[in-house]
Design a protein around this ligand. Structure first.
Ligand code: XMP
Length: 528
């Protein structure tokens, strides 16, 4: 494996992903992980990430005691990126100082200082240039013994260093971001030429490996259950587990009464016809809506929905025990790698290690007292890798590219009482028109999440020759990397004209459509 030590740069996950894209399994550990923990992953190569700190501040994060001795002993090549390079320099006896100028940030060239360097490859020539994404306030002013400078910035700062004998390398810029034209080539040379690792990490391998792991963990007799949400992660996880243990997997899809237009039919059809997964559909909508009647407080709504879901799930567990004579002991969850990464704490934070945890738990958040052992076959994957894995198991593409949908469903998109005013039905129809129009305009994949919102207020309008007093639909669409922050999506005017006309023409209860132009923060993506 390639171990990436995280010193808090916004690009740290990207390094891990780039290394994986090159076919090498890579994991992220906190920058101050102790040596034992690093050793336990048997790294063939280590990358020290960038970070917002200066090596000069008190408590600046650093590699553990004995790190470089360990790497030398095991002949593990190390690449320091940005802050990581400064750590290398400082810890090995060089000098890092505040940049003479103001530091250098953004797209700019690196100028090669020597020919045939290891980082830039055979045939590279002194004086050649390459565009890179630079970011530094400090710079190395004296290199440790054994190091050569092989690249400088235009302002003359040392930005690429190597000590091929000890297999230590440093880059002051970010080879992992796409603005660094040939950054991937540099990473490739480091991994394959210097470290001599082989590219064996692919989704086909992951599939095979995970199937074996699930078989081993579950054993020959145990039964396993899985709640499918209609989202990508649970569907891919369940499909994989089904390949491993066949019909000892029992899936349930709960219709909580808060689903999108025809969602139950569509999802069940896909599970049955495309994935051949055994899925029970539990229609809990009546009881759910009875419980939600008159509830307007958003948190109360969420709590009720969560509790009802758990009840359904418990019933399902009992039902499977009755059906098979075996009490299910394992639970499949679609947990992804970003949910389990321990990141470096943000500067100024007093958290030791902030866990990057989703602020909301989907149906995955089942209480521990249900007493299941977890099966989490996607635990080491990023979302795009899950999509690739799904694709090789023939999960339909349209499904894999779906926007996320929250567990509490349309209840967080209807302000106030979800049972009043026929709101669910109105919202479903408006949302369906909105999403279909987005697909027609070919922009679905440019958007992280799009949905309509129902406002339980009536405004005055004129439809036909009649004065009306009808509801308002809000349109929300955002771009985002992970849902933690988001920007509103800039629709073209033609799209907005079309979608507004369609909604007000086809949904007679609506006479006004408004667009949400708020980012997160300060807004959240959902409205409640
Ligand atoms: P917010 O509204 O907090 O949403 O900006 C961020 C992301 O999380 C989804 N979301 C939820 N997902 N249960 C879920 O499973 C919830 O209670 C929940 N609330 C919000 C939201 O759709 C967005 O993708």
């Amino acid at each position: 494996a390639c171990v990436v030590l995280d010193y808090g740069s916004q690009y740290t996950q990207l390094i891990t992903r780039r290394v994986r894209e090159l076919g090498v399994y890579s994991i992220l550990l906190p920058g101050d992980a102790d040596l034992k923990r690093i050793e336990s992953h048997a790294p063939r190569v280590i990358v020290l990430s960038g970070g917002p700190n200066s090596v000069h501040v008190d408590d600046a994060p650093s590699v553990p005691e004995g790190f470089f001795e360990y790497c030398a002993r095991e002949s593990i090549p190390v690449l320091g990126i940005c802050y990581g390079m400064q750590l290398l320099v400082q810890r090995l006896g060089g000098v890092v100082e505040a940049a003479r100028g103001k530091g250098e940030y953004g797209r700019m060239p690196v100028v090669y200082e020597s020919s045939d360097s290891v980082l830039y490859g055979q045939g590279s020539k002194a004086g050649e240039r390459e565009q890179v994404w630079m970011s530094h306030g400090d710079e190395a002013t004296k290199l440790p013994e054994g190091f050569a400078c092989v690249g400088k910035s235009e302002a003359g700062a040392v930005v690429a260093i190597e000590d091929p004998k000890r297999k230590l390398f440093g880059l002051q810029y970010h080879p992992e971001v796409t603005h660094s034209e040939k950054g991937l080539d540099t990473l490739r040379r480091f991994l394959f030429d210097v470290a001599g690792v082989s590219a064996g990490w692919s989704m086909a391998n992951v599939l095979e490996e995970q199937i074996a792991i699930v078989k081993e963990k579950v054993g020959p007799d145990a039964h396993v259950i899985c709640a499918l949400s209609g989202g990508v992660d649970s569907a891919v996880a369940a499909t994989l587990v089904h390949k491993a243990i066949g019909d000892r997997l029992h899936c349930v899809f709960v219709d909580n009464g808060l689903l999108r237009y025809k969602e139950q039919e569509r999802v069940m059809e896909m599970f049955r016809d495309n994935l051949h997964l055994p899925v029970d559909c539990v229609d809990h909508s009546e009881q759910m809506l009875t419980r939600l009647k008159g509830v307007t407080d958003p948190e109360k709504k969420r709590k009720i929905i969560g509790a009802e879901f758990i009840e359904c799930f418990k019933n399902f567990k009992g039902e499977i025990e009755k059906r098979t004579g075996v009490r299910p002991t394992f639970l499949v969850q679609g947990t992804l790698y970003p949910d389990v990464i321990e990141s470096c704490p943000p500067p100024g934070s007093d958290q030791k290690h902030s866990h990057t945890i989703k602020s909301h738990h989907n149906v995955g958040g089942l209480p521990k007292e249900l007493g299941f052992e977890l099966v989490e076959p996607l635990r080491m994957l990023f979302k795009d890798e899950v999509r690739k894995l799904g694709a090789i198991m023939d999960v339909p593409r349209a499904f894999l590219a779906r926007h996320p949908f929250p567990g509490p469903g349309l209840a967080v998109r209807i302000l106030g009482d979800v049972t009043a005013d026929n709101a669910l039905d109105i919202l479903r129809r408006a949302d369906e028109i909105y999403i279909n129009t987005i697909r027609e305009f070919g922009i679905y994949d440019d958007i992280w999440q799009a949905f309509a919102v129902f406002l339980p207020i009536r405004t005055v309008g004129v439809q036909g020759d009649q004065r009306t007093h009808s509801f308002v639909i809000g349109l929300r669409a955002v771009t985002s990397a992970d849902g933690m922050t988001a920007d509103w999506f800039p629709f073209e005017t033609d799209f907005l004209k079309e979608v507004s006309t369609r909604i007000t023409n086809q949904v007679k209860e609506v006479n006004r459509v408004v667009l949400d132009v708020s980012s997160k923060p300060p807004s959240t993506i959902e409205w409640c």
